[in-house]
Design a binder for this molecule. Structure first.
Ligand code: EPU
Length: 334
């Protein structure tokens, strides 16, 4: 375990922003994690997972701790289901692929989501009709202030749309160390309601493996690969508005899409709002809006976090002006 000073985080955030950590350490065991968490000389500590939901607009003071613990194991199983535990530092997509190779169902729609297992719970990752909460059993965490260990079950995790207790009441207070999910071995509950999945499957049988491959091909066709173009997936959350507000908007924009939330509210795709303002493919310097998905902001090379943030604010301003909707960032802005 080696603490490095003035460490560039460029390769540790999927936006590829070149900011530095005052001090940086990567830990491969929970014992090492506890050791560094207890270091008194760094009162300020920042936990870094896959860096896939992060926009760095400044350098990070204190100690940045990169959680790099690995391991996947079966903890219980029945004829039909299996409970798996994965360590926080496992790459999310590799975890999904592992489960697919074992023939397990439940995570196929969550293929190719960037990031790590530990941070998946924080924002209740979701795609194509499935969210982490649908397979979540519990996660273990270590408290930053006194290192006590705590498990959070499904109820305690209080998941919402791209949200959890780790983004709200205990924000910044715990480091998630392990995740447990319940998957199916047979009688899979497959979710192919999302139109694009059916199209991509064509005549193939609906199996976890085929659905995972369909999701990978859909994502690859629409979303930029962070290894090629820096990005953090959806930059904004899809906003929820009142039905009356939506009906007002419909008068001027007859094609505006929506998904029902309840009798009084609908969710509107932020990508549509941004696209309709003409931002898709927009570029200023190296900061831009992806050509194929207006909800994704991109770094073409050497954009700074502040430049990406300025672009996000311009978009928020225009969306507010034209639609009277406040877009909320999904990405964690530091
Ligand atoms: N749309 C446009 N123009 C665009 C983008 C989208 O008109 O540039 C319209 C589409 O035509 C469609 C609607 O907006 O009618 C929804 O688009 P899409 O199906 O691509 O999904 P999304 O709402 O933009 C959400 C998630 C994604 C997830 C997809 C698929 C959020 C913030 N984003 O995007 O999650 O992959 O659904 O389930 O909820 C992520 O969180 O990083 C992420 C990629």
């Amino acid at each position: 375990m080696q603490i490095q000073s003035s460490f560039s985080l460029k390769n540790f955030n999927t936006f590829g922003i070149d900011q530095t950590a005052e001090a940086f350490v990567s830990v491969e065991t929970e014992t090492a994690l506890k050791e560094v968490l207890s270091l008194k000389e760094y009162p300020c500590k920042f936990i870094l997972g896959g860096g896939s939901n992060l926009l760095l607009t400044r350098s990070i003071e204190g100690l940045t701790i990169h959680v790099n613990t690995k391991g996947i194991r079966v903890i219980t199983e029945t004829e039909e289901t299996v409970t798996i535990e994965a360590m926080a530092g496992e790459n999310w997509h590799e975890f999904v692929q592992w489960s697919i190779e074992q023939g397990y169902g439940g995570m196929e729609n969550l293929s190719l989501i960037p990031g790590n297992v530990g941070t998946a719970s924080i924002q209740n990752i979701g795609a194509y009709g499935v969210e982490l909460k649908d397979i979540f059993v519990s996660c273990s965490a270590i408290a930053m202030h006194d290192l006590h260990e705590k498990d959070f079950n499904l109820k305690e995790a209080t998941f919402g749309y791209r949200s959890s207790i780790f983004k709200t009441s205990v924000k910044g207070k715990y480091v998630i160390t392990r995740l447990r999910v319940c998957l199916t071995k047979s009688n899979h509950k497959l979710n192919t309601a999302y139109g694009a999945i059916k199209e991509a499957l064509e005549d193939l049988e609906e199996t976890p493996k085929n659905i995972a491959a369909a999701v990978v091909s859909i994502r690859q066709s629409k979303l930029p690969d962070p290894k090629e173009i820096g990005n953090s997936g959806s930059f904004f959350k899809n906003p929820v508005v009142s039905l009356s507000h939506y009906k007002e908007l419909q008068k001027q924009h007859s094609t505006i899409p929506s998904y029902p939330i309840n009798k009084e509210q609908v969710k509107i795709p932020a990508g549509w709002l941004i696209d309709s303002l003409g931002f898709k493919g927009y570029r200023k310097g190296d900061a831009g809006v992806h050509k194929k998905q207006a909800l994704v902001l991109v770094n073409y090379g050497s954009a700074t976090g502040k430049e990406i943030l300025a672009l996000a604010q311009t978009i928020q301003h225009r969306v507010k002006e034209d639609f009277d909707i406040s877009l909320e960032a999904e990405v964690n802005i530091i």
